[in-house]
Design a protein around this ligand. Sequence first.
Ligand code: AKG
Length: 195
Amino acid sequence: MLGGTVRFHLGKLNFKLPNKKKGSEIGWHQDWAFYPHTNDDLITVGIYLDDCYEKNGPLKIIKNSHKKKLYSHHSKENYFVGKIDTKKNKIGTKDSVSITGTAGTVVFFHCRSVHGSGHNLMNNSRPLILFGYRACDAWPLINDGNPHPEVNLENYDKNIIVGNKSIKPRLTKVPTIIPLPKKKHYVSIYELQKN
Ligand SMILES: O=C(O)CCC(=O)C(=O)O
């Protein structure tokens, strides 16, 4: 899927606590908007650690959206807020696919896929562990807080799973918007989108 080389990018665990009618949704977004690279051979892998039903607030993905445009994730005031104004962009979110599944279900999606998730209305939590991977020659355009070549190249290269290190990035014609400015430093997507 990544064209033959793989470098670990990031890992995080999104719990979605039980019975949350507020605050547990993730607004529609493209991961690519958070970390543009010189090419878009980046993928996110999600694994449910518990069974996830429609009412648990499953991940929802808009089919084929990775082949379309990069949407603005900035507010009216031009701050990066990490979510898309779906009304303004006339994005039909009703046609999204709900990724439900039993514990251990794995989903792979492209970094430009438009996705989000709703509230967890059930009384069990919805732990979803997410891993990001990138082709070895996809060079990050910004420091997104994950292993970054300019911070420590040796450590950055330790994240290669398949392939060889190289300082020759592959440049392709990809739409990019730098995710700046931000109002402040945010530790999670929940916090960023809420503000
Ligand atoms: O936890 C979810 O449902 C979606 C998470 C997500 O898209 C993200 O953290 O970027």
